[in-house]
Design a protein around this ligand. Structure first.
Ligand code: FAD
Length: 393
């Protein structure tokens, strides 16, 4: 008999996980509770994730779960990865963000765009966290409209020279490897964009300091500057001019990670809200006896359940080899907006204590806000979904 998956607020999913994935889910959940949760306040206060914790995460396979064994992964597929992400997101969101930037984006781009030699060369180090990766697409002048990026590449001898700048690059201050998108032929627009793998320490690569932000403390972001940065030809991912399709296909996968992490973060907030609603007594009875509170809990549970099903559905499709651009955009849109609503309701249910730094709720509320912005804002997800509909129709 298949063991039961972790209860999703008492609502069983008809999409039963295999015995193998249920065991994976339990193992990661136990690891998160025993090894990650005890550090979450310290990470927030020190704005730093100890390297030893990243090593521990690597030891339980968190960086390689979704990748095939032949490139150094654990071979659990996209569904396995997302089941694990959901659990990791039950700790400090910054911890998941390091994994998301390194493997959800950087290693995924290499796995999508790289040839066999490049996969063998770069993936084992990233999937074991011996090296940390970053994905450098956004620029000061090109965020939602990433296809208009202005970082320039030009051919030079047997390689390329890159000039330009990137902004908001997750993991940049700690990354060893960067996937960088630059345009070889700006006259052709996004058709000139080409992807490169660049090592930290490459002459001409300047990495800015960790930029302060509202939440995700412990996860780092920085600007990159490229001044006459030489990159050998064997560091080009895919053909010249194929960088933008690689960037977009990578984002389909990355958005699934964000959707799954939003489900996990929302689930934890809901569980805390249920406990608080039962424990907190006002007017002589638990606040949970008020319908106003019950409706907040009911809406949260319903939306989380729907978001989880969307994540699992898209993951199963990816594992079948389907392209899931629209499903990933829908899952990212719905799950991240759900997290925003659930975080707001959780803070409301916790009252004044929800606003205080003594509890983790205010941190989760701040951490939740970015999910509707990065890897494509909610408005951009709606554009992607509508474009798919209109092209079909
Ligand atoms: C903490 C953090 C980490 C990040 N990590 C990375 C990373 O690792 N790698 C990377 O490459 N990037 C990263 N980013 C960048 C992120 O993906 C962008 O911030 C995001 O895509 C939005 O771009 P923008 O900030 O330039 O906003 P803008 O594009 O300027 O958008 C501003 C507003 O206008 C809206 N808007 C824009 N165009 C339209 C339109 N056509 N229709 C309707 N509304 C529109 C947007 O939805 C948004 O509300 C990160 C950002 C942050 C803050």
């Amino acid at each position: 008999m298949t063991p039961a998956a972790e209860p999703a607020t008492g609502v069983a999913s008809s999409l039963d996980l295999s015995e193998e994935l249920v065991l994976l889910q339990r193992t990661i959940r136990q690891f998160v509770e025993e090894r990650l949760r005890p550090h979450e306040m310290e990470i927030e206060e020190r704005e730093d994730i100890p390297r030893s914790l990243i090593d521990e995460m690597a030891q339980v396979g968190l960086f390689g779960i979704g990748f095939p064994e032949e490139v150094g992964g654990q071979g659990f597929g996209k569904l396995g990865y997302l089941v694990a992400v959901e659990q990791v997101a039950r700790a400090n969101a910054a911890i998941w963000n390091v994994v998301g930037g390194s493997v959800g984006l950087c290693a995924t781009a290499i796995s999508i765009g790289g040839d066999d030699a490049q996969k063998r060369r770069f993936l084992p180090d990233l999937l074991s966290a011996r090296k940390i990766g970053a994905y450098a697409l956004s620029e000061p002048g090109a965020g939602s409209d990433a296809g208009s990026l202005r970082t320039r590449a030009r051919r030079d001898g047997d390689g390329y020279v890159i000039d330009g700048a990137k902004t908001f690059i997750t993991n940049a201050p700690i990354a060893d490897v960067f996937v960088v998108f630059a345009n070889l032929d700006p006259a052709t627009g996004p058709k000139g964009i080409t992807a490169f793998v660049v090592d930290r320490g490459t002459p001409g690569l300047e990495i800015g300091p960790n930029d302060p932000k509202m939440g995700l403390h412990g996860s780092t972001v920085a600007q990159l500057h490229f001044g006459e940065m030489r990159v050998p030809a064997d560091r080009r991912l895919g053909a010249e001019g194929r960088g933008f399709p690689i960037a977009l296909a990578t984002l389909d996968h990355g958005r699934m990670g964000l959707a799954a992490s939003s489900v996990g973060a929302a689930q934890r907030l809901l569980e805390a809200s249920v406990a608080q609603a039962k424990a907190r007594v006002q007017f002589g009875r638990p606040i949970a006896t008020n319908e106003a509170i019950q409706w907040m809990l009911a809406d949260a549970a319903t939306e989380i359940h729907a978001a989880r099903l969307m994540v699992y559905d898209a993951a199963i499709r990816i594992d079948r080899g389907e392209r899931v651009t629209r499903q990933a955009a829908m899952a990212k849109l719905f799950a991240t907006e759900t997290l925003g609503r659930v975080a707001d309701a959780a803070l409301q249910i916790h009252g004044g204590m929800g606003y205080m730094k003594e509890l983790w709720i205010e941190r989760a509320y701040r951490d939740a806000r970015i999910a509707r912005i990065y890897e494509g804002t909610s408005e951009i997800q709606r554009l992607v979904i509508a474009q798919g509909l209109l092209e079909e129709g």
